[in-house]
Design a protein around this ligand. Structure first.
Ligand SMILES: [Zn+2]
Ligand SMILES: [Zn+2]
Length: 388
């Protein structure tokens, strides 16, 4: 197992000139035509490994699939066909704009280099990007709205930890991570975002930092929107205990938008759920009531146990932290929190940051017995990472 991991990590880093990652972007979007222009710096366009032309400020190119090639052309009529096109950054900071035309999607900004080829009849984009530029884009996607810098620093450390933990996820496809929620949402950097520069600073200030457990292994940095006042032991949701994913009481996330919820279903729907999953309970005429003041994994009734995660998934509830009561011919779920509840609670972390806690305090509150270190200090990575 360790050998496979080492092989993957050698693949991950040694061919990539330092801390760069290969991220498949517009993954699964099935784009057949796109307009590309330079936003910052300058680019060289290479076609099938040969220099083709410069892409200077205000130059605009369109790339379109034509049979099994990519046709690249500009407004002045310059046009060529290639199997693969590469945008290579030629200044110290290089950012290009990508506006899909077929289908029409919103414009994105990607830092650093981009390789475009054809896969399964669609354009296939690989962003060869500095790790911190990638982390910055992920933090923008995962955090969304304007909060304090310490929260963004916390989120940057989490996203970097996640990226390293999952670096081998798309190994067989020749890249590291995709840009969907399967890995981490990454839509490039949004330069028009009013708080873009705060996120950039937060990423720079936490450069290289990751969270490790007592064995110096990067952790599963799980997080969720709101825990409802108590986080969950990992085994109650994923069946596997992790020493650092322990339930903690969280007084910081109350009175937030996602801290309370309610959902009502008909008794028939409840009976149908039982018939599908716990048929032995469906025929019994119980008076349904169940209370959670502290988190439970199961609703125990006589000798049976209903797994709360199953109830949440079946009825698409916001969390497993709910009580149940019967009201006439309905079953009412009265719940707290939003998300799986494991690891860091984002609403709680935002409030902690507002109260003056720093990113390290916040991480240590939600993950038990962990250290925050540079991943270059980990002997395991040190031996295989280029030093730059
Ligand atoms: Zn993925
Ligand atoms: Zn919370």
């Amino acid at each position: 197992m360790k050998f496979i991991l080492i092989t993957i990590l050698i693949f991950a880093f040694s061919f990539n000139y330092g801390q760069k990652l290969k991220i498949a972007v517009f993954y699964n979007q099935k784009i057949s035509s796109i307009i590309i222009s330079t936003y910052l710096g300058k680019y060289e366009i290479w076609g099938d490994e040969q220099f083709f032309t410069d892409l200077k400020q205000n130059d605009v190119f369109q790339c379109t699939i034509l049979n099994d090639s990519i046709e690249i052309k500009n407004v002045s009529g310059l046009s060529r066909k290639f199997k693969q096109i590469e945008l290579r950054g030629a200044a110290s900071i290089n950012v290009a704009k990508y506006k899909p035309i077929i289908p029409s999607l919103s414009q994105r900004y990607y830092d650093d280099n981009m390789t475009i080829s054809i896969q399964n009849g669609s354009l296939f984009f690989l962003n060869f990007v500095e790790m911190d530029n990638y982390i910055c884009g992920v933090v923008e996607s995962e955090s969304g709205y304007q909060v304090s810098k310490e929260f963004y620093k916390t989120q940057a450390i989490l996203c970097r930890t996640f990226a390293l933990e999952n670096i081998g996820k798309h190994y067989s496809e020749g890249f590291h991570l995709c840009d969907g929620v399967h890995c981490q949402a990454y839509k490039g950097k949004n330069y028009s975002l009013s708080y873009h520069s705060i996120i950039s600073e937060a990423v720079t200030e936490t450069h290289d930092l990751v969270i490790v457990d007592s064995s110096n292994m990067v952790i599963t940095a799980a997080f969720h929107a709101n825990c409802g006042g108590q986080t969950v032991n990992s085994e109650d949701v994923w069946g596997k205990p992790k020493s650092y994913l322990r339930s903690v009481t969280d007084n910081y996330c109350q009175y937030q938008r996602n801290s309370q919820w309610e959902k009502s279903i008909s008794m028939n729907e409840w009976q149908q759920f039982l018939l599908n999953n716990y048929p032995q309970l469906a025929t019994k005429n119980y008076s349904w009531s169940f209370y959670q003041t502290t988190r439970k994994g199961y609703f125990r009734i006589n000798n049976d146990s209903i797994w709360l995660r199953k109830v949440r998934e079946y009825f698409q509830l916001r969390s497993t932290f709910f009580s149940i009561y019967q009201h006439n011919d309905s079953i009412v779920f009265k719940g707290k929190g939003f998300g799986h509840g494991v690891g860091l609670c984002q609403d709680g972390a935002i409030q902690m940051a507002k109260k003056g806690f720093n990113a390290i305090d916040i991480i240590r509150f939600y993950y038990k017995n962990v250290k925050i270190i540079s991943f270059k200090e980990i002997p395991f990575y040190q031996s295989i990472l280029p030093s730059n």
